[in-house]
Write a protein that binds this ligand. Sequence first.
Ligand code: FMN
Length: 163
Amino acid sequence: MRTPHFDSARLRQALGQFATGITVIATRDEHEHFIGLTVNSFNSVSLEPPLILWSLSKRSRYLATFRQCSHYSISVLAAHQQDISQRFSTRHADRFQQVEHHVTELGLPLINDACAHFECRNRHQYDEGDHVIFIGLVEHCSAQGGEPLLYFNSGYARLLSAT
Ligand SMILES: Cc1cc2nc3c(=O)[nH]c(=O)nc-3n(C[C@H](O)[C@H](O)[C@H](O)COP(=O)(O)O)c2cc1C
C-alpha cells in the first residue's frame, strides 16, 4: 500500500468539512442495561430493502455488545440536545440516567424529543481499518421533525434556517 501524502490530522480536517447530523445509537447489553454512544457516521444505504449504516471504533468498549445484539435503536438528535450528544460521548457510569427516554416493544431505548427514531435489525458487519461498519435493516421508524443538531469542522452547528 502506498504511503498517503497527508497525516491523520489533515484527513480529519478534510472529513470535518462534511456536515452531518448527530445520532445516539443504543442497545441492551447482556445484563439488560441500556448502552449507547454519540454517532455521526450514520447514513442511508437503501430504500428497498430499508437499510442504514454507521461505523463503530474498534476501540469502543461497546464493540462486543453491538457485534452480538440482534437489534439497536437510533435517535436523531435535535438542536436543543447538544448536552445529550456530549453525555453519550464522554465517560458516565449510566449514560441514560437523567436523559428522558422511552422503551420500545423490542425493549430498546429511544431518546424523547429527538427529530427521528429508527429500530434496526443488526443485519451485517464489515471489518474495515480501525472501525466496524454496521448495516441495519430498518424495522420501525418515525419522523418527529424539528431543528436538527449538526456537526461540522469538529464542532456543533445549527441550521441557518430550519424548515
Ligand atoms: C459528534 C460525535 C460523533 C461521533 N461519531 C462516532 C462514530 O460515528 N463512531 C464511533 O465509534 N464513535 C463516534 N464518536 C465517539 C463516541 O461517541 C465516543 O468515543 C464514545 O462514546 C466513547 O465511549 P467509551 O470511550 O466510553 O467507549 C462520536 C463523538 C462525537 C462527539
